[in-house]
Ligand binder design. Structure first.
Ligand code: ZN
Length: 315
């Protein structure tokens, strides 16, 4: 059973992979779970995120773990008992206290995640932040393998980042990684956070799609990427502007941290070289490292759950 105490997700070695661990990634619309054994995903499951999650967080996560173990049993892993469960959530997360401070999508404030999970799931429990866990997942099993100075940039409707230096995920205050709400252009478009000209309001998938429609076209960020590849001048102008703004904001972070590889995930990374090639060129132009790597994430939507299963330390 779990024991009380501070959430030690901010330090200590990762699990050695010699036993079974469950990772749970709580999203605004879906909850993804994975069972990991010796560094490999041996079972996975997805379920819709239920209404009113905050009030029954422990029940929902416990139910999700049970579902996952049933899937595993169907795959020949009957009787599998995880020794630890890691749960990650979006928004502002104080990983040291194990508290989800705020999430726009999930509508909670100061939700005691560790308290809700203690005694509800098998083995020890740790909680974390979805993007930071995603970086951990990509480092262990994905596009950040073999590199210890990494910036993970999931680009979707929202824009947040996670930073790894010297092989450790940077876990500061709950504001860590909220680069999407750095104001880049105070005269820019209104952001969902209430301010204007945030990075997210200029380079997020929603922002790119909106500019496209304002230009009289139909579609979303994916349409724009396809039009860029087809040589459409309007699309290229919108796309290049977003990349310039993004590179201008990421470059100081990369230079400060000594980042050697930028791993781009999220929906916009599906554009592949249409996004990665110009972003790489723009970052190399701005930063001191002209060998900086810019690559696409490999684990897709599963990075957070896989990272959750490997959160270092469990209470
Ligand atoms: Zn904002």
């Amino acid at each position: 059973m779990s024991t009380p105490g501070p959430n030690p997700a901010d330090g200590g070695p990762a699990v050695d992979g010699g036993d079974l661990a469950v990772g749970v990634d709580i999203g605004g619309t879906r909850i993804k779970t994975v069972l990991v054994q010796q560094g490999s995903v041996v079972a996975r499951d997805v379920q819709p995120t239920p209404e009113g999650l905050a009030a029954r967080f422990g029940d929902v996560v416990a139910g999700g773990v049970d579902r996952l173990l049933a899937v595993a049993a169907g795959d020949g892993l009957a009787g599998a008992t995880p020794s630890r469960v890691g749960v990650v959530v979006p928004g502002l997360v104080d990983e040291r206290r194990g508290v989800a401070e705020w999430s726009a999508n999930l509508g909670w404030r100061d939700l005691d995640l560790l308290g809700a999970l203690r005694g509800r799931v098998p083995g020890r429990v740790a909680v974390g932040h979805d993007v930071r866990a995603g970086l951990l997942g990509e480092h262990l099993l994905g596009a950040a393998r073999g590199v210890d100075d990494v910036l993970f940039v999931p680009l979707g409707t929202g824009v947040a980042v996670a930073l790894m230096t010297a092989g450790r995920v940077v876990r500061g205050s709950s504001w860590s990684g909220e680069l999407g709400h750095v104001v880049v252009d105070p005269a820019g478009p209104r952001c969902g956070c209430g301010r204007s000209g945030c990075l997210e309001a200029l380079t997020g998938a929603g922002a790119v799609g909106r500019r496209w429609r304002e230009a009289g076209r139909e579609g979303d960020a994916r349409t724009v990427a396809e039009a860029v590849a087809a040589g459409d001048a309007v699309a290229q102008r919108i796309w290049n502007h977003a990349i310039e703004v993004l590179a201008g904001t990421l470059a100081p972070v990369v230079a400060s941290a000594g980042t050697r590889r930028v791993v781009v995930g999220g929906g916009m990374a599906q554009a592949g070289p249409v996004l990665l090639d110009p972003l790489r060129a723009a970052l190399r132009l701005r930063g001191p490292d002209d060998a900086l790597e810019v690559v696409r994430a490999e684990l897709g939507d599963w990075a957070g759950a896989i990272g959750a299963a490997h959160l270092p330390g469990t209470a």
